[in-house]
Write a protein that binds this ligand. Sequence first.
Ligand code: ZN
Length: 341
Amino acid sequence: MAFPITRLRRLRRTEQLRSLVRETRLTPEAFVYPLFVCPGKGIRKEVRSMPGVYNLSVDEAVKEAREVRSLGVPSVILFGLPETKDEVATGAWADDGIVQQATRAIKKEVPDLVVMGDVCLCEYMSHGHCGIVRATAQSLGAAAAAPPSATTEYEIVNDASLELLAKTSVSLAHAGIDIIAPSDMMDGRVAAIRKGLDDAGFINTPILSYAAKFASGFYGPFREAADSTPQFGDRRSYQMDPANLREAMREIELDLEEGADMIMVKPAMPYLDVIAAARQRWDVPLAAYQVSGEFAMIEAAARNNWIDRDRVMMESLVSIHRAGAGIILTYFAKDAARLLG
Ligand SMILES: [Zn+2]
């Protein structure tokens, strides 16, 4: 039945009608709020390119966690800024690592908050890469003379890095992390982490894998927030090519085969097609990470009065939800929850 019998505008006439037929509804329960924890006490240092986002000392992170929970947001994900960095990412897996400390404090004070632990090595490595770095065979002579740099050949070693990732995951589980979320993009990490957790008795600790994580320019502001910029080269040898959807499906499939309980696509808005394809193909909980650059673009445009911040914020979140992500990691979690509340 076509026009004039059919008139789609009939159901758009009032907000009551629009609300009745709305297909996608956001709730704060879908949100995960990222926290960046740093050493010290009473520290709340704003990230220059991410207004309203802070590096927080453990005591301040606890306050933030309490506020997040009070707004109806069920979960946070923790990133750590360690006191010192080295070549084996000690800060990632040390029992008194910054995220381990924050986890214990938050789980003690806000026990019903689901605390996710991002598992990666870049924030704890002096070179800022997500795995162990080794000079490649062709350039050993050059590398012996100088540490790896933009001009020497280097490799992010896959298999040796798995051990550190598993060790980090077990350490976080010991500290009380509820969900382990590996973001490194090494091959085989989910299986290695699952085995590590099971061997240590954490058979009930779920894994949310950053299964399809793209080598994206949208991560820029995060690197300032987490102080994790690679000192040489880039991450294109392990993160995915932004052009590849079919490869993203393979990445997700492998992570599920290795034992991932939930999967994530990152970034979110430039990859809504990947989210939608994953939603159609697998019946597991699907998350998407609205990354720092997505957040910063909206904030910057709003500060120039070029867009209506709240409206664009909600539209961006609805689009991610509509594409199929039931869980959204977002720096807007608190503000969006306030608007929805
Ligand atoms: Zn990393």
